[in-house]
Design a protein around this ligand. Structure first.
Ligand code: ZN
Ligand code: ZN
Length: 230
């Protein structure tokens, strides 16, 4: 069955809704017209490592274990609303949408880089069980498919529960995630990897995961997220 026909049939039983504003939309659309135009993109000159605007670069004060990072969107308006939806439902089309944007931006900047594996930032086992899925894994799986690269779900795990990062300052965020991730059994050929998260805030989570991967022999880590806070 053609993809479009499948979507239309599905629509009869499960009316399609915009993942940002939850208004009903036609079966073939992913967003309503208003929300489609309401994405905020990163602007200005940015640090290649932490992806902050140059004037807010934190790399001199806090060196990073990852090599580069990027996000196609700023965590505001439509990207924020869509990512909140992706936390509550396994929305494959939405994950694919973010994956396509990430890959487009990545290939534009680093198209000649050979990635050996795509690795999602893991969720604590119980949290994943509660939620039924890991939203970063959904995006990572789509990236791996588009790039034709292996998805590795085994080598990075979250071994301790983290406190919410919400009310923590920059320094506390780094301390809060310290030691809660473990890396093991990394295939020898995994030298350059893409680490995937849904949202990048201070970069503390990415940095801690990158540190663990580096300790286990990964050489270069490109961190990608659907959206970056600003
Ligand atoms: Zn909408
Ligand atoms: Zn920086």
């Amino acid at each position: 069955m053609k993809e479009q026909t499948k979507l239309k049939l599905l629509h009869i039983f499960f009316p399609n809704k915009c993942p940002c504003c939850h208004k009903a939309i036609s079966a073939t659309k992913l967003f309503c017209e208003k929300c489609e135009k309401d994405f905020v993109y990163p602007t200005g000159e940015r640090c290649e490592v932490c992806f902050n605007k140059k004037e807010f670069c934190s790399c001199a004060k806090r060196p990073k274990f990852y090599f580069r990072s990027l996000s196609p969107f700023i965590y505001q308006n439509s990207a924020k609303n869509a990512l909140l939806t992706l936390k509550t439902m396994k929305h494959k089309r939405l994950a694919k949408f973010f994956a396509e944007k990430i890959v487009a931006d990545f290939d534009k900047k680093y198209g000649d880089v050979k990635i050996d594996a795509v690795i999602p930032v893991p969720l604590f086992k119980e949290r994943k069980k509660q939620r039924g899925f890991n939203q970063s894994e959904l995006i990572a799986a789509e990236i791996a498919k588009i790039k034709g690269v292996a998805l590795n779900l085994d080598c990075l795990t979250q071994t301790e529960k983290s406190r919410s990062q919400h009310n923590l300052n920059f320094k506390q965020r780094f301390q809060n995630v310290s030691g809660i991730y473990k890396a093991k059994n990394i295939p020898i050929e995994c030298q350059t990897v893409m680490l995937v998260d849904d949202i990048m805030t201070s970069g503390a989570t990415m940095n801690e995961c990158a540190k663990m991967l580096r300790l286990e022999g990964v050489l270069k880590i490109y961190c990608v997220s659907a959206a970056k806070t600003e």
